[in-house]
Design a protein around this ligand. Structure first.
Ligand SMILES: *Cc1c(COP(=O)(O)O)cnc(C)c1O
Length: 407
């Protein structure tokens, strides 16, 4: 750190240099992220509440009211208006809070949680922090959690079952109703991770998605991320609990603050995130969000069709705005590297190994057309060159490498 300060003029010049090295959503080149350009209405509201701290909410009665209203609106969207919960940093914090509530509400020795193989890695963090053992449920042929496998894993040690409404890798919606019935029968806590799908499934009505929310009596908590399809600025996540007792089970007394107890993991907590979400829910309404979700699905379907036409294979027909594909002829890493050379940032899934594109609102038709042209070029070039072929063996080896890492 220097002894003397410098002017804003100089600072902004320096900052711009850093910024130039960043990719932008606006360019349409970020194809592997679940985040997007935050909407300007959210940014305005965020800016208005920058100094507000929901971790000391007695000082910010107005923001506290805002948060309460956001929780009510999101609860209403997800089938139960009188839920309780908090606006927090993201899906990870939400999932950790949910697992903590499940564990604390059912004290057993050596507690276990059952999560599908497709679960987000935040459950690994939760398990490590909370001393939970993860039991991984198998997936069926369509990459949904296999109910039979869940049944086999349930024991007296099970404190939670997790279902996902919009998996991170493929956008798959697990059969939550079946999980709910099972959990009601066995009296087990069911958490639904709708970090990604929560802001689109309720709006894509014409597709008649199965029930996944609090309208199912077995659902104890839901994660929903406003900073993904909700277009809120980062960091904005949300955890909702069916019952206040769950929140109570994870609360700590807070002696020196204006509030008496706190259930969130972080202490000082941005009120701006709650304000931004409140503003966006009011600004868009159900119709506005439906338009966004449907717009993304239109681009998704166009992209999926184009990928098949260009000679690649879809892993499955997209259910939400995520497309995953591979090639019978070209190794995935080779495709990714060629796409990177052309300026595209895609991501790779672990199970099954595939190229993954998240069609967020910043990914427009014009970007997808350009992308498909590049993809077609890569395909024809490789077919002519006869480059190394993808085969079962090397897919398997790479998958093993990848899954071996975090374990
Ligand atoms: C993104 C995501 C998370 C993690 O959310 P963060 O906001 O990145 O912490 C958890 N679960 C699912 C299903 C997700 O898609």
């Amino acid at each position: 750190m220097d002894k003397k300060g410098i002017t804003w003029q100089e600072i902004s010049e320096k900052l711009k240099r850093f910024k130039r090295a960043d990719m932008t959503y606006k360019s349409g080149r970020i194809l592997g992220s679940m985040c997007t350009c935050p909407h300007e209405i959210g940014l305005k509201a965020y800016y208005m509440f920058l100094e507000s701290n929901l971790g000391d909410s007695g000082l910010f009665e107005g923001t506290k009211k805002l948060e309460k209203e956001v929780i009510e609106m999101l609860g209403d969207l997800l089938g139960k208006k009188d839920v309780c919960g908090h606006i927090i940093t993201g899906g990870t914090e939400a999932n950790i809070m949910a697992m903590r509530a499940a564990r604390n509400s059912n004290k057993v020795k050596d507690p276990e949680i059952i999560v599908p193989k497709s679960a987000h890695f935040s459950f690994e963090k939760a398990a490590d922090m909370l001393n939970l053992r993860i039991r991984e449920a198998e997936l069926d042929d369509d990459y949904r959690i296999d109910i039979k496998s869940v049944k086999e894993l349930i024991s007296s040690k099970t404190v939670a079952v997790v279902g996902i409404a919009g998996t991170t890798e493929l956008g798959v919606i697990d059969p939550i109703e079946k999980l709910s019935n099972l959990c009601v029968a066995k009296n087990i806590y069911l958490h639904v991770d709708a970090a990604f799908g929560g802001f689109s499934i309720p709006f894509l009505k014409e597709k008649r998605f199965p029930k996944f929310d609090f309208s199912l009596e077995g659902v104890s908590s839901i994660t929903i991320d406003p900073h993904k399809m909700g277009l809120a600025p980062i960091p904005t996540g949300c955890i909702l609990f069916r019952d206040r007792s769950f929140l109570k089970s994870i609360s700590t007394e807070t002696p020196y603050l204006t509030e008496k107890e706190q259930s969130t993991i972080v202490g000082t907590r941005s009120g701006a995130s709650a304000a931004a979400t409140w503003a966006l829910l009011k600004y868009f309404g159900r119709d506005g969000y439906a338009k966004i979700a449907e717009g993304c699905m239109e681009v998704t379907e166009f992209l999926a069709e184009g990928i098949e036409k260009s000679g690649f294979k879809l892993i499955r027909k997209p259910e939400l705005n995520i497309v995953a594909f591979k090639s019978d002829k070209i190794i995935i890493d080779e495709i990714v590297s060629q796409l990177e050379d052309k300026g595209w940032a895609v991501s790779v899934t672990a199970y099954p190994k595939a190229i993954r594109i998240v069609v967020m609102p910043h990914v427009k038709m014009e970007h997808v057309k350009e992308f498909l042209d590049d993809l077609e070029e890569i395909h024809s070039k490789h077919v002519l060159d006869g480059l190394p072929q993808e085969n079962e063996k090397n897919t398997y080896l790479k998958l093993a490498d990848k899954t071996g890492q975090g374990k």
